[in-house]
Design a protein around this ligand. Structure first.
Ligand code: GDP
Ligand code: IMO
Ligand code: MG
Length: 424
């Protein structure tokens, strides 16, 4: 059984938790897109792990971890993550491989991300400043790209960096008045990265196909969320990759039809970090309640997340484009204590009602969410272990989301811990 786990909203749905749970029955976990802009949290007992590049299967000692071709790899983050886990007695020795074709995020990508965002002022995207957009831009542009496999030939890499830096320094100087960056310093760092990463670099497409042919089960871990997808999200307020499950085939070379099940993860409400339209946002005491109760602060940047009501129109779009079979609904506990809960089931756009999410932001800006109201619950549900034990209003809330999205909710989160999960 090969499974894909993907977020259906604007990221941070709780994918890390779900992947950690499902990894128990899988041999291999694959990150197929994004980079260290992702922050995936796994909580086991009193231990908390925040992973940015390593797949969330890393925590389980018997799982092989794959960083596939479409991931943009920041070696500094990756190496510190590997070492950080080793310090906590979780070794990745012999069970981590990285695509030789994955593109590398270097200092000048992060610099460009920051300079551009600063220069945009009000018009900034609100990126994580992890160099994601600039690295993917170099990938698409080809001439200045550096891939993991390039670390194998130091002389050729040095020459390439000389050309790249000459270009970037001219550009950053002219556009932003930035100080030039030193090629030698960046090359010296690359020598250290090469020592660590070259032994892990393989053809991950071959590895995945060989493993699947041999009967291994693979779990594909999406990063970001479907509404941040470069082509299908709320452009330009998106990330620079195909972060919906549509990015899986190109992201790791495994065709969509070889994946047996697509699991869509949603929160019981909606959050978003960074700029961009968010029709059900509650920039008021409701949003503050959700942020406080759900500890809604970014795993990667620490920024407060924008919070709002569950948007079934937006999540249903994720279901449709992602060929989702089943749902996981997290953070149900966060809503405890709210007397009334609202769910947006329809948008009114230009006097017309629609249930199909208008991803184009000019149209989305005109969308007025139409809500229904459901009664809330007050009982603490954080220790509830079965669906039947949930308060009736909580069960009805889950059933309503199932109905609106047309897919079964197979798991429900009642707290951050691995154990705080109801499996139906
Ligand atoms: P990801 O990027 O999709 O992996 O999600 P993040 O890790 O960025 O954010 C999800 C946050 O919610 C993390 O802090 C999790 O520990 C936490 N979390 C996950 N599931 C639940 C849940 O059911 N209830 C609560 N209260 N917290 C949860
Ligand atoms: P996980 O995997 C939430 C958002 C940023 C910004 C936009 C572009 O943890 O769910 P980028 O740095 O990618 O160029 O930023 O995308 N963003 C995320 N939001 N969760 C994420 O990842 C995100 N990765 C990027 O906040 O709005
Ligand atoms: Mg996250």
């Amino acid at each position: 059984m090969n499974i894909c786990v993907v977020g259906l909203q604007w990221g941070d749905e709780g994918k890390g938790k779900v992947v950690d749970i499902l990894a128990e029955d899988c041999d291999i976990v694959v990150r197929y897109g994004g980079g260290s802009n992702a922050g995936h949290t796994v909580v086991i007992g009193n231990s908390r792990f925040a992973l940015h590049l390593l797949p969330s299967g890393s925590i389980r000692h018997d799982v092989t971890c794959v960083i596939a071709n479409a991931v943009v790899v920041d070696p500094e983050v990756l190496i510190s993550e590997i070492d950080g886990l080793a310090e906590r007695e979780i070794s990745l020795e012999g069970r981590l491989v990285i695509s030789e074709n994955a593109h590398v995020v270097l200092d000048y990508h992060k610099r460009e991300d920051q300079l551009r965002e600063e220069s945009l002022g009000e018009r900034k995207i609100g990126t994580t400043i992890r160099g994601i957009g600039p690295c993917y831009a170099d990938k698409v542009g080809r001439s200045y790209a550096v891939r993991v496999g390039d670390f194998r030939d130091p002389a050729a890499l040095k020459e390439k960096l000389r050309v790249v830096l000459a270009y970037k320094n001219k550009l950053f100087g002219a556009l932003y008045g930035a100080e030039p960056m030193d090629t030698g310093a960046i090359f010296d760092k690359c020598k250290v990265y090469a020592e660590r990463l070259v032994p892990l670099a393989i053809d991950t497409t071959e590895f995945l196909h060989t493993s699947i042919d041999a009967g291994k089960s693979v779990l594909f871990e999406g990063a970001q969320g479907s509404l941040l997808d470069l082509d299908h999200g709320t452009f330009p307020y998106v990330t620079s990759s195909n972060s919906s499950s549509l990015g899986l085939p190109s992201g790791c070379g495994v065709p969509a039809r070889m994946v047996n099940k697509y699991i869509g993860v949603v929160k019981a409400y909606t959050t978003r970090v960074g700029a961009g339209p968010f029709p059900t946002e509650q920039d008021n005491e409701i949003g503050n309640f959700i942020r406080d109760a759900g500890h809604e602060y970014g795993t990667t940047t620490g920024r407060p997340r924008r919070c709002g009501w569950f948007d079934a129109v937006a999540a249903a779009y994720g279901v449709k484009i992602g060929s989702i079979d089943a749902l996981v609904l997290l953070h149900l506990d966060t809503l405890t204590g709210l007397q009334e809960l609202k769910i947006c089931h329809t948008y009114e756009v230009g006097g017309r009602q629609t249930t199909f999410f208008p991803a184009n932001i000019a149209r989305l800006a005109q969308a007025r969410p139409v809500y229904e109201t459901l009664p809330g619950w007050n009982d603490d549900i954080s220790e509830v272990a079965t669906f039947a034990q949930l308060p009736e209003n909580a069960r009805n809330y889950v059933r309503r989301i199932e109905k609106l999205l047309g897919k079964p909710v197979e798991m429900i989160g009642v707290g951050p811990k691995r154990s705080q999960t109801i499996v139906r």
